[in-house]
Design a protein around this ligand. Sequence first.
Ligand SMILES: Cc1cc2nc3c(=O)[nH]c(=O)nc-3n(C[C@H](O)[C@H](O)[C@H](O)COP(=O)(O)O)c2cc1C
Length: 200
Amino acid sequence: MSENLFSIRNQAGPLADDMFVKRWSPRSMVKGEVPDQDLLKMIDAARWSPSCFNDQPWHFVFSTDATYDLFLDLLVDANKLWCKNASRIGFVLARKNFMHSGENNFFAHFDTGAAWMAFVHQAYALGYVMHGLGGIHKDKVIEVLQVEPNQFDVMCGIVIGKLGPKDHLPAQLQEREKPNARKSLHEMYNLNQMNDTTKL
Ligand SMILES: Cc1cc2nc3c(=O)[nH]c(=O)nc-3n(C[C@H](O)[C@H](O)[C@H](O)COP(=O)(O)O)c2cc1C
């Protein structure tokens, strides 16, 4: 990935390490393998995430070569269009209730988000790219993957692959094939209280 690609992210910062700033969500991927050992390493990274009561409410379901097309069919058409070149498709689930008490776990989605981010960073460290997908057919995911909807919420889909050249994408997506900018740092926090405008 060239330095240039990230120029939009260099305004007023960034202060964070490259592993954060240089993660982005490309759509152009080239077909290749994500060997089981690499996938396991990503899942292991997720495993070490913190969670309320150490409940570890996250769960993942991944395609194999045999089920890839079945998984692809669980995505909305706009995503299917470019996800067909990914190497693995997965779904991220959050278990709704605490294991120790059976009570509703308010933090399940929060903790699952933390785990997914660890997964993502491990994927990039291994040289893969990833893209999160809200555009999925949830009801179909529940049915096809045999998810128990009373126990799990389907949070999102993910695709993992190797970065491909931009011109492999349909024309309308080529323009969007770049890292997205962010709000300014100072929009994201307050000191002391919400309406305190003092900044670091
Ligand atoms: C939960 C979630 C759902 C998303 N859903 C989609 C989607 O359905 N289709 C898509 O093209 N991108 C999707 N994205 C990608 C976001 O648009 C992207 O992460 C965001 O614009 C920030 O860009 P960056 O990841 O390149 O920094 C999703 C990302 C997340 C985290």
